[in-house]
Design a protein around this ligand. Structure first.
Ligand code: AVI
Length: 312
């Protein structure tokens, strides 16, 4: 029995072994977020170069009343992701929902964030759900009686391919049910220089975030990756409309992960993330392709980021 357990690879291990066996080596971006990776991402959101977080917060502050007017009263707010500490209160203050349901796959952080919010909003029934929201799910009974207002901030949708984004947005519509609305933050296409700086900051925090994936392999997958033989690279790919993050080998390297050997020649990379950017019109097309009707979009004067309001 023990052997069976020891031989069973974690989802991370399976994804790494499969991804490093491809011609373009890759590791899915969702594995950035172990404890250290989540701390580094939180630090990224406060960097001067990383405009999305502060711009989205300013848009939520400015357009809270518009969101409340368009959605109407007595909606359950359903947030996809574990309750973004600086953004959720802005939406709750604007909409004043009787019920708030944060949904996240990782229960620990979710329950912590939910209890902080429950203390701050005694009139709101906070009902956290630990689940994978990429598939349709049943909302708690306390939320089912009300029409839903979904909240999906942070341009997380941008980390998915277009096809996966459509699938996810369809799943969100199924979860939220008839008459639902959705407030979604989507990063815009812009000057490539600005984008590349946002994903390669001077302080090296994004580099540390990317390189943490290699440290995580060493920690969790019995790896001996020489992390100092890799450097962070962020490049804008105009044809695909996305920032790509890579870990580039600076010399020929060979290492072992879970007992298997992998080699990269100098200059070869592991592709770790895509961050797609959408013009407002492209975001509207994405909405329609996934069964949503785009009703409003708000952006800042530099068009750095957009907050969209859609109806099912
Ligand atoms: C979580 N996600 C929307 C971030 C982004 O901008 O694509 C992740 C990130 N990667 C590097 N910096 C931030």
């Amino acid at each position: 029995m023990t052997d069976v357990i020891a031989d069973t690879l974690s989802a991370f291990g399976e994804a790494v072994l499969a991804g490093l066996s491809q011609p373009q080596k890759t590791v899915p971006a969702r594995f950035f977020y172990d404890r250290r990776g989540s701390e580094l991402f939180e630090a990224i959101t406060k960097l001067p170069e990383y405009y999305p977080t502060r711009t989205e917060i300013a848009l939520l502050r400015a357009h809270g009343p518009d969101i409340a007017r368009l959605s109407g009263p007595h909606r359950a707010v359903i947030e996809f992701g574990s309750g973004s500490s600086r953004k959720t209160p802005l939406l709750l203050d604007a909409v004043k929902p009787p019920v708030y349901v944060p949904i996240d796959i990782s229960g620990d952080y979710l329950h912590e964030a939910a209890s902080t919010l429950a203390d701050a909003y005694p009139d709101v029934d906070v009902l956290p759900v630990t689940a994978d929201f990429t598939r349709p799910l049943t909302l708690p009974a306390g939320a089912q009686a009300l029409p839903a207002l979904g909240f999906f901030p942070g341009s997380t949708i941008g980390n998915l391919s277009h096809a996966a984004a459509v699938d996810l947005l369809r799943a969100l519509a199924a979860t939220l049910g008839a008459g639902a609305c959705l407030v979604i933050g989507i990063d815009t296409r812009k000057n490539p220089r600005l984008l590349e700086t946002a994903y390669d900051d001077d302080a090296g925090v994004t580099a540390a975030f990317n390189l943490n994936l290699l440290h995580r392999m060493n920690r969790e997958l019995d790896g001996d990756v020489p992390v100092d033989a890799f450097e962070h690279r962020a490049v804008w790919h105009d044809g695909l409309g996305r920032i790509e993050m890579h870990l580039v080998a600076t010399r020929d390297v060979t290492f072992r992960i879970c007992g298997r050997s992998f080699s990269l020649a100098a200059g070869e990379s592991i592709h770790t993330e895509n961050s797609y950017k959408y013009t407002i019109e492209e975001a509207r097309l994405l909405a329609r392709a996934s069964g949503w009707e785009p009703l409003a979009a708000w952006t800042d004067h530099e068009r750095l980021f957009a907050l969209h309001f859609w109806r099912a």
